[in-house]
Design a protein around this ligand. Structure first.
Ligand code: ATP
Ligand code: MG
Length: 385
């Protein structure tokens, strides 16, 4: 039997992640993964081409071995950097000819929106339909199999990014011997981790990674806006290294082992020793002392997010805040944010075996995006045997 696999590639500032999945009922079955820590990526962009390339190659190889799938094509996730989000409309006429709408018509109308972009140096990487209008009469979310005589219109959200950023990432990926089948922005991807109620009421996704904190706001079923702050896990580790007078690598280990983001709940009994720079011996600290450093940086990140939401004109987040990404592994992160807002807060961790860590949210939601578009356009993109 022919099987269809969906493979996503997330080139993160801390690690490259690949997931091989397949559609399973209404969800995704994870067949294998790969992850490689790298210094070749900064702020979600290629910083050192050769180092990044090696990390991508290694990760694809690991995922291929783990899954037993020969990886030739991937869905590439794009970070929300240099990204613009706006609305557009487009219509294809049928001029009185009775037409049964199929995936091809939907593809043309979305392609029409893509072609409207005339901002130099930018490239449209996502067109997500918000509603289709058949014959100027019926508003539908999926017009496939409906008959139209006049027109098919779409109102869609558009995600555009910097052309050179996109070209360089794709060049790096394709130099590893795989094709980029499609590109999905995290701005669109995160919607798949929200419950129908959250996405209806207005929910804010916060992905705190290594260099980037990405923020997306979703309401009435669709992406409204998204943006990024260049402050995340790396800033926390740097603060720890400075305050505890130790190396960055030591600080990273301490953060992961003893870190706590909420001072009020951190333990003053939990004591650890830290190797000192330019001094013999170790110094002792408690988790509570450590939490003071982490809390103040995490708080700064959240305050910047509130500013960002305000700039976007968003005043109500009735669906709550959903925190994810590697930094949300920190104990107390949920309590800290809950202390700062009145709305509901939850940490999102993917549920599939093998990827039950919040750092896999972006990669698995890239697969969801691939599946969404396959279903909308009525075809299966990936063929592997
Ligand atoms: P970015 O999205 O910023 O480009 P990335 O996607 O590679 O980077 P993630 O994999 O989501 O980032 O997260 C990596 C970050 O998570 C690192 O800064 C790391 O220190 C932090 N992290 C991972 N595990 C823990 C933990 N247990 N406690 C605290 N921080 C953690
Ligand atoms: Mg990331």
């Amino acid at each position: 039997m022919e099987e269809h696999y969906y493979i996503s590639l997330d080139i993160g500032s801390s690690s490259v992640k690949v997931i091989v999945g397949e559609k399973f009922h209404n969800g995704i079955n994870v067949i294998g993964t790969g992850q490689t820590y790298t210094n070749g990526i900064r702020n979600g962009c290629i910083d050192d081409f050769d180092i990044a390339k090696q990390a991508i190659k290694d990760t694809i190889k690991k995922a291929a071995i783990a899954s037993g799938v020969d990886i030739k094509e991937v869905f590439l996730k794009m970070p929300i950097v240099n990204t613009e989000i706006y609305d557009e409309k487009f219509e294809i006429p049928f001029e009185g000819t009775e037409t049964e709408i199929n995936g091809g018509h939907i593809e043309s109308v979305l392609e029409g929106i893509r072609d409207l972009n005339d901002v130099p140096e930018t490239e449209v990487i996502g067109v997500f339909p918000m509603k289709f209008i058949v014959d100027d009469l019926h508003e539908v979310s999926d017009p496939k199999e409906m008959v139209a005589t006049q027109s098919l219109k779409v109102e869609a959200g558009v995600i555009a990014t910097s052309k050179s950023l996109l070209i360089n990432i794709i060049k790096c990926v394709e130099s590893c011997g795989v094709d980029v089948l499609d590109v999905f922005s995290d701005a669109y991807n995160y919607q798949s981790i929200l419950s129908p109620t959250e996405v209806e009421l207005g929910a804010c996704v916060i992905d705190i990674g290594e260099d980037l904190t990405q923020v997306g706001f979703y309401e009435r079923g669709n992406l409204v806006d998204a943006d990024t702050i260049e402050m995340a896990g790396r800033s926390i580790t740097t603060d720890i290294a400075k305050s505890l007078n130790t190396t960055y690598d030591n600080a990273e280990k301490i953060k992961q082992q003893y870190g706590h983001a909420f001072y009020d709940s951190a333990s003053d009994q939990d004591v650890f020793s830290v190797e000192q720079i330019n001094e013999d011996g170790h110094a002792q600290f408690t988790q509570k002392e450590l939490s003071e450093i982490i809390e103040s940086r995490a708080e700064e990140i959240f305050f910047e997010i509130f500013d960002l939401l305000q700039d976007m004109g968003i005043t109500n987040v009735n669906g709550g805040f959903i925190v994810t990404g590697g930094t949300s592994n920190l104990l107390g992160i949920k309590e800290l944010l809950q202390d700062m807002v009145n709305e509901k807060v939850r940490v999102h961790t993917p549920s599939q075996m093998g990827i039950r860590k919040p750092e896999f949210t972006s990669s698995i939601s890239t697969i969801s995006s691939g599946i969404n578009f396959d279903e909308l356009l009525d075809y299966v993109t990936m063929n592997n045997y």
